[in-house]
Design a protein around this ligand. Structure first.
Ligand code: THU
Length: 164
């Protein structure tokens, strides 16, 4: 019964179960992500992405992808939303991210890229992630599903940061 691969004690930060946000808040987040997607700058790929973060206290923060001629410097919508949330909130009062939503023009809901998963683990470890396709199909994950066994602050021996 005891699976030796699963530690008995997980650090507290890794044990919190994401709570599914209210339907109305999910809709608000998707609406904002659609607006953000309309503002995306994707002249090279033509693949526009909108994102929105919903925090535990009901605040929303948008993001869109911003491409650059040196392609590798492109910023994804999810990381843009995290950066915007960081700039817009006082660290002492920063509420945790409950939900991250992503909208694209793809036929299927698209999961965040690897770089964004790394950011999500650091800034929104207990969040739910929902992606919506061009035809409104949705898919849901947790950040932990998307990046199990992450390299994070605890890996550095520094302990988890007190605030996201
Ligand atoms: N993109 C995002 O905005 N988020 C992701 O998670 C995947 C990719 C953007 C980056 C680039 O501008 C375009 O989509 C094509 O890769």
């Amino acid at each position: 019964m005891d699976d030796p691969r699963i530690p008995d004690e997980l650090p507290a930060a890794r044990r919190k179960q994401p709570e599914q946000p209210a339907e109305q808040d999910i809709d608000r987040a998707f609406q904002l992500a659609h607006v953000a997607r309309g503002r995306a700058r994707a002249p090279y790929s033509g693949f526009t992405v909108g994102a929105a973060l919903l925090t535990d206290n009901g605040e929303l923060f948008p993001g869109c992808n911003v491409e650059n001629a040196s392609y590798g410097l492109t910023l994804c919508a999810e990381r843009a939303a995290i950066a915007g949330w960081t700039a817009a909130t006082d660290p002492g009062e920063r509420s945790e991210v409950a939900l991250v939503v992503i909208v694209t023009g793809a036929d299927q809901p698209t999961a965040p890229c690897g770089a964004c998963r790394q950011w999500l683990v650091e800034f929104a470890p207990d969040a739910t992630v929902m992606a919506e396709s061009a035809i409104g199909e949705r898919r849901t994950w947790t950040v932990r599903d998307l990046l199990p066994d992450p390299f994070d602050g605890e890996s550095l021996g520094a302990g988890a940061p007190t605030s996201p």
